[in-house]
Design a protein around this ligand. Sequence first.
Ligand SMILES: N[C@@H](CCC(=O)N[C@@H](CS)C(=O)NCC(=O)O)C(=O)O
Length: 334
Amino acid sequence: ITNYANKEGEFKRQNSQFRNFISNEPGSEFPPEKDRYHLYVSYACPWAHRTLIVRKLKGLEDIIGFTSVHWHMLEKGWRFIEEGEQVPGKNVTKDPLHPDYTHLRQLYFQIDQDYGGRFTVPTLWDKKKETIVSNESAEIIRMMYTQFDDLLSQQHKSVDLLPKSLERKIDESNDWTYNDINNGVYKSGFASSQEAYENNVHALFKSLDRAEAHLADNAASNSGPYYYGSNITEADVRLYTTIIRFDAVYVQHFKCNIRDIRSGYPYLHRWVRELYWNVPAFGPETTQFEHIKKHYTKSHKQINPFSITPVGPVPDILPLEEEVPAVKVAKKTG
Ligand SMILES: N[C@@H](CCC(=O)N[C@@H](CS)C(=O)NCC(=O)O)C(=O)O
């Protein structure tokens, strides 16, 4: 992203341009097949992170391959790693399908020389048709929930991230989670007027308070540990990718600093650590803090002109049973 805000100082995210669906309906243009589709992601990106989590929750690792770009995103957009570079994480490699490509944008131009949209991750690529199926994470994850089920073991088939009984509730919480939280941190951070920043940062914290109250209610009624009870759903996936980046980046880089998670939101803090430490799909394999911290602080030159990455917070995420000193003391005396 190089063009951040409009003349009112508000950041507006563009709609994704490729909106096809993998479908197991007979005659579908993009049928589910093993090793046919490839995901291009960045470990830094919260939208791409959704797809890595769902790929693992649904056991699609042998069916859909992936490549992560390097964390550094400059004028030409996302780039693949260069010879000799060392960055953490699985599959941070050159493009295995187009070894001469240096940037993600070349995939988009291969399909359409006049492409005028953004070159975003995640990008879901069809190796057979040599084209982009979709670059909209909200839709890519929903394809993964069900469309590959015929190729999966019973155990993974039964993972239902959007149960019928919760669909309406999840769609409702997606709405404010997306507008105020997932996109809210960007709207706060990319605002170029005091007024736009303040409006967005207050909306963000109001919705964090709402999520916190929901998790507190869960705890009071012994429901949990996940957002809608004892099973992980889409609501967890969509909220997690912002909350796990919150203290590490958004508090300082995007000025989302009314509170932080570890000292200001005990229930969100417990919930996010439950996922990170106890559920492998959310843990260190898909959550790569070096990509996350360096991407934002070294790619957004207009926010951070010297590209200095702050050292803290230390640690990136607290162990499950540890608290910041003030919380620890309060718990003892309270
Ligand atoms: N609505 C898209 C948004 C994806 C998106 O904006 N990704 C960012 C990275 S966090 C990106 O690739 N930006 C590059 C650009 O806009 O030039 C989705 O959810 O998939």
